[in-house]
Write a protein that binds this ligand. Structure first.
Ligand code: SF4
Length: 117
């Protein structure tokens, strides 16, 4: 049996999803009026159900006026679980890894560029 990629959040901790936060952009979150379970995986969620749930969550994010703020927050935090800013945790990890790789490349390139200039 396939295991869910994302474990369910610890129920003893606050969810910390935009719908539950009180920051400057959270009050405009489209997910404030949507089903709580849409954005986080329940334990032992079958893959097909997970994909379907994530697509439904992403549809909510697609109409959200603060999607970019939410996505950036979730990437930089980084938020380890759930759909934030129209991206799953796995998708955000890929973006973050690419950014970090790019930063390292730029740090290595800077001395060469300075020497050439
Ligand atoms: S982008 Fe998605 S997760 Fe983020 S606040 Fe909007 S609806 Fe919620």
């Amino acid at each position: 049996m396939l295991q869910p990629i994302e474990p369910a959040p610890d129920p003893t901790l606050p969810l910390g999803h935009p719908r539950d936060l009180g920051g400057p952009w959270h009050s405009e979150a489209a997910c404030r009026s949507d089903e709580a379970g849409l954005f986080f995986a329940p334990s032992k969620e079958p893959t097909a159900a997970r994909l379907s749930r994530e697509e439904a969550a992403k549809r909510v994010c697609a109409r959200c006026p603060v999607m970019l703020e939410c996505r950036e927050h979730a990437i930089l935090q980084p938020e380890p679980y759930g759909v934030w800013g129209g991206m799953t945790a796995a998708e955000r990890r890929v973006v973050l890894a690419r950014r970090r790789r790019r930063e390292v490349e730029l740090q290595h390139a800077a001395p060469r560029i300075a020497a050439a200039g």
